[in-house]
Design a protein around this ligand. Structure first.
Ligand code: SF4
Length: 331
């Protein structure tokens, strides 16, 4: 661990030693009977102190296995909601309730409800399949929830005589439509991180690293996926690099923190993050870091354990979302 990189500043401007913070978190976890769950897109130091790490699908399932009465969810808001919905008896704390998701924001529940009504009036007979990156209010309007890990299997469960409305990620929907052969009505949403990978930089990186393999998340646009050797969610990426024993170079087109678990699992390989590009200026940038995931810090984990807040509180629409989530992820 690089302490210089990890040294952080408290809200009052006092530097806090990450090792002290980790000790404090350990003690507070015992005091509060808590476990920490961390998504692969949060900082590596948070992944290292977590009891469970994973993608959305694995973490959603993990919430039901956790033995403690409290879960601290290092991720973004919709993930905390899913944890509460799947484990209503548990207290779900989040280091920062403002950690949102551009993809979830691109599909507000009222607009989806209006669009579904419009499609029905036009005579469409459809089921709505939502990527897990949606608010609980949106989930409550859907028939199925998919993650990048279980999408194909769930699409196969949609009756063949039904049309599919896929929300909110147009790129994932397009990819799933191509691999399953099911036509889909696509909601025009996208993720601000996966949307901005620079095709030029990817081509240059491929040329400069002969023999390298491109791994891309299906949230990436089609022009990036066309160059990919491996297309898959974070769990598929992990399984793939683990299965390759001979050292390779991987060009990774997903949130850059994903390289942390890949390196831990398969250190024989080199991993190069594909840079993002600023749509306003065309310059290469660090947009391959999710600003929402970056709101999770060691201090905020410590603080939420100390104060028992912020907490995800049960909302009336969670009941409908619960039925959809359980059917999709646990059965
Ligand atoms: S990486 Fe994209 S989809 Fe994931 S939380 Fe961030 S904005 Fe949302």
């Amino acid at each position: 661990m690089d302490l210089q990189v990890l040294n952080t500043t408290s809200p009052v401007g006092i530097e806090e030693d990450p090792l002290d913070l980790m000790d404090e978190i350990d003690q507070l976890k015992k005091d509060r009977d808590a476990s920490i769950l961390a998504h692969f897109y949060v900082d590596g130091d948070l992944q290292d102190i977590a009891d469970f790490t994973g993608d959305s699908l694995k973490l959603a399932r993990d919430t039901t296995q956790v033995k403690t009465s409290t879960i601290v969810f290092c991720g973004v808001h919709f993930m905390g909601e899913s944890a509460k919905i799947l484990s209503p008896e548990k207290t779900i704390l989040m280091p920062d309730l403002q950690a949102g998701c551009s993809l979830a924001d691109s599909c507000p529940a009222d607009r989806l409800a209006a669009y579904q009504a419009e499609l029905r009036v036009k005579g469409h007979d459809f089921q709505t399949v939502a990527y897990i990156n949606t608010t609980a209010a949106v989930k409550s309007l859907c028939d199925w929830i998919v993650t990048s890990g279980n999408a194909r299997e769930i699409i196969d469960r949609v009756p063949a005589d039904k049309e599919i409305l896929f929300v909110p990620d147009q790129h994932l929907g397009r990819y799933l439509s191509s691999v399953t052969g099911r036509p889909m009505i696509l909601w025009p949403g996208s993720c601000m991180v996966h949307e901005v990978f620079s095709i030029q930089d990817l081509l240059r990186a491929k040329r400069n690293n002969p023999g390298s393999l491109v791994m891309a998340h299906p949230e990436c646009p089609a022009n990036i996926l066309e160059l990919a050797d491996i297309i898959g969610g974070t769990e598929k990426m992990r399984k793939y690099v683990e299965s390759v024993t001979e050292p390779k170079t991987f060009l990774v087109a997903t949130e850059a923190n994903m390289i942390h678990p890949l390196k831990k699992l398969a250190p024989q390989h080199e991993y190069i993050p594909v840079p993002g590009i600023m749509t306003s200026t065309g310059e290469t940038c660090a947009c391959n870091r999710c600003p929402h995931m970056a709101r999770n810090t060691l201090q905020k984990v410590r603080d939420c354990l100390k104060h028992g807040s912020p907490e995800i509180v049960w909302q009336p629409y969670f009941t409908a979302a619960q039925e959809v989530l359980r059917r999709s992820l646990l059965q």
